[in-house]
Design a protein around this ligand. Structure first.
Ligand SMILES: NC(=O)c1ccc[n+]([C@@H]2O[C@H](COP(=O)([O-])OP(=O)(O)OC[C@H]3O[C@@H](n4cnc5c(N)ncnc54)[C@H](O)[C@@H]3O)[C@@H](O)[C@H]2O)c1
Ligand SMILES: O=CCCC(=O)O
Length: 499
């Protein structure tokens, strides 16, 4: 494979820097010779040239996955567990290189990138443990002479599409359960961050996954036509997508022609509620983690921070103090706490949200500026007060480092505000009243509630949303269900004991 002329950061294992797609066990270039550039968000400089594959090459990958499925589906769960476990070990053994690649292509600080690699690896470990536990049921029959059992079988070839914000973890969260179930995979790597996905594929080969079981399609301008192929090709039996709600809706429409099994992990607009009876310091610390993780570019980041009247001013002042401590900079600087946004469109959206709030009467306590002196994609982490529900931050996911603080008076008022959204992924609140904790947790229209903590992400917990945040659950004991189908087997003619 041709090596790039770009300056590769000092990887211990340089073979993990891969500028190729991965089809049927081979790293390949596009037949057309076309490539697209991956850029470093901190500088906008090109860092890699990746093949721009076509629909025809996507079909080859789908066919390879279908061929591989014939034998992979028959592997013992324990054999798949062993491969997943080996892959987990290899990911951890190469943690520093994988983190270096994440920081390079995504921009997040190296400490966060290391945490992402650990998080990504945990999905492989977890599903290595789940593979041998794909249990069925025995079911009492309504017919005296019948007996019913169920078995869970792999759904088949799976199409996986993931975003750039967690270049490693979003892909292992899907590949882990798919492989545990005995499925084979065609994954479309995000155009902004394909390097992590390709390095993981190289480690998967070393872990022993047979050729054709994992295939990685790379493309930028051809993304939409390749997506359409993945949705309409009848050989793909399941599509799992993580990304925006609008793209999710398009893919769902396209998948209807072949009625695929679907999982959609889509956009959020998380409410973060702080009641008067909360521990304010704990709530401020959690809001900082939850809102500004990956510079606000996670689907579960707090988007609307509601603070009750009695503690509003002290909370907002302490939140702003915390944000003033941030050190924004390049991801490889050891003292950087927050890196750049992914690209200029992200910066543009963030700035529009701030300006919209200011024009409607909000006030900036800290931030509100594009830090062009650091690079094209840096935006100062921002705290705004005086937020109201007519502002864009109330209705749209900002996906950036802006903490908009709303004031509220009653429990009912804030639950109504929190639920006034077309999406429902995560919701957070802080309170010390056990009755209120139950009432509010039950009333929030979201897939994941966090009480007195700012982090919901845990491989053991089911991850997913309601409303237009999608459906299906990743991680947890439910994760493999998305990649299996239940078959019932009815045994007849059993009769009475023979004498
Ligand atoms: N619910 C979750 O678990 C979760 C996790 C991470 C991100 N997200 C959401 O993802 C969004 C941010 O990511 P984004 O802006 O890159 O989202 P996006 O929907 O634009 O892109 C997501 C992925 O889909 C691909 N894609 C785009 N158009 C496509 C098409 N027509 N056919 C096939 N693939 C296509 C992109 O290349 C990318 O890899 C946010 O809304 C965020 O909330 C959700
Ligand atoms: O951005 C979405 C996923 C983030 C996470 O799993 O914590």
């Amino acid at each position: 494979m041709p090596m790039s002329t770009h300056v590769v950061p000092p990887l211990k294992d340089k073979s993990l820097f891969i500028e190729a797609a991965f089809i049927n066990g081979q790293f390949v270039q596009a037949a057309s010779g076309k490539t697209f550039e991956v850029t470093d968000p901190a500088t906008n400089k090109a860092i890699a040239s990746i093949p721009e594959l076509t629909v025809a090459e996507t079909k080859l990958a789908i066919d390879a996955a279908a061929e591989a499925f014939k034998s992979f589906r028959k592997t013992l769960p324990r054999e798949r567990a062993t491969m997943l476990r080996k892959w987990y070990d290899l990911v951890l053994a190469n943690k520093e290189d994988l983190a270096t690649l994440i920081t390079w292509e995504n921009g997040k600080p190296i400490a966060d990138a290391r945490m992402e690699v650990s998080y990504a690896a945990e999905f492989l470990q977890w599903f290595a443990e789940e593979a041998p536990r794909l249990y069925g049921d025995t079911i009492p029959s309504g017919v005296r002479t019948n007996r019913i059992v169920t078995i869970r079988q792999p759904v088949g070839v799976c199409g996986l599409i993931t975003p750039w914000n967690f270049p490693s973890a979003m892909i292992t969260r899907k590949m882990g359960p798919a492989l545990a179930a005995g499925c084979t995979i065609v994954a479309k790597a995000p155009a902004e961050t394909p390097l992590s996905c390709l390095a993981l594929a190289e480690l998967a080969i070393r872990a022993g996954f047979p050729k054709g079981v994992i295939n990685i399609i790379t493309a930028s301008t051809n993304t939409a036509v390749i997506g359409e192929e993945m949705c309409t090709n009848p050989t793909i039996k399941k599509l799992s997508f993580t990304g925006s709600t609008n793209v999710g809706k398009l893919l769902m429409k396209q998948c209807s022609s072949t009625l695929k099994k679907l999982s959609f992990e889509l956009g959020g607009n998380a409410p973060f509620i702080v009641f008067d009876d909360a521990d304010v310091d704990a709530a401020v610390a959690a809001a900082i983690l939850c809102k500004f993780r990956t510079s606000g570019q996670t689907c579960v980041c707090a988007n609307r921070i509601y603070v009750q009247d009695g503690i509003h001013d002290v909370f907002a002042a302490r939140l702003a103090d915390g944000v003033r401590e941030f050190k924004v900079g390049g991801g490889y600087d050891q003292d950087t706490t927050h890196g750049p946004l992914i690209h200029d469109r992200a910066v543009g959206k963030v700035h529009e949200h701030v300006n919209d709030a200011l024009a409607k009467g909000a006030e900036v306590l800290v931030g509100g500026t594009h830090l062009e002196n650091l690079g094209p994609n840096f935006y100062q982490p921002t705290v705004i007060t005086g937020m109201t529900k007519d502002m864009r931050i109330h209705t749209e996911e900002t996906f950036g480092p802006i903490a908009g603080v709303f004031r509220f008076k009653t429990e009912k008022e804030v639950v109504d505000l929190a639920n006034d959204s077309s999406v429902g992924l995560a919701g957070y609140f802080f309170s010390s009243d056990i009755g209120r904790i139950w009432r509010v947790a039950e009333a929030l229209e979201v897939g994941m509630v966090a009480v007195n903590t700012g982090i919901v992400s845990d491989v053991a917990a089911p991850f997913g949303g309601v409303k237009e945040s999608g459906f299906g659950r990743e991680g947890s004991k439910y994760g493999t269900e998305e990649y299996t189908v239940i078959k019932s087997i009815t045994f007849g003619g059993i009769g009475e004991l023979q004498s």
